[in-house]
Design a protein around this ligand. Sequence first.
Ligand code: DX5
Ligand code: ZN
Length: 216
Amino acid sequence: MVIAPSILNINNLNLGKDIQMAIDCGISRFHIDIMDGHFVPNLSFGPQLVSDFKKTFPTTEVEVHLMSNNPDVLVPAFVKAGAQIVLLHYEAMNENKLNYWLDYLKENNVKAGLVLNPDTAISVLQKFLGKVDQILLMTVYPGFGGQEFIPESSSRIKQAVSLSTGKVPIEVDGGINKQTAKIAKDAGAKIFVAGSYLFCQNSIKKQITELEGILQ
Ligand code: DX5
Ligand code: ZN
């Protein structure tokens, strides 16, 4: 089980400090949400944040969750910035383009992931199974942190596990806390993104320890 904290809801002026605190608790991968104001109605970070992250925390893995329909500009920019994993939305581009960028990531030794919104059929994964290192199922509609986990996600996770015959790790993102992490884990998820649950309470250490306890 992997916990990949989302830094979206950290007070931006405390980013370095809070990331360091999570690393001190044993976190080795972070989830960076990229929102372009078009694909989702919000703006977040750009490539500079990723390259600053890699300069400051060189041994910590970065996965970029690209919520943008401008992959032509942004995928190469995030690869250049040092992202080790790039997650692309099925809904953000046509299938030819998706295939092109998944191949591009492979060629550049960057892990590739496919992301599905809560209302996209799980069956679309079939065509891409051979090309992806992980599958991210959104458990909220993307755009904002602090939303509630959609209960139907549990059966979607089970469907994705069965479709991929357990060979591709399933990741969940949105509304993950103690209770929903357990639901997602029981359904077969292996990678857990959590933002506000980890960074918007009193103690980051306490929250990470609690989530780890559930995922053991
Ligand atoms: C939503 C983002 C998530 C989000 C998670 O669009 O993709 O990564 O920041 O935040 P919480 O854990 O607060 O739902
Ligand atoms: Zn995300």
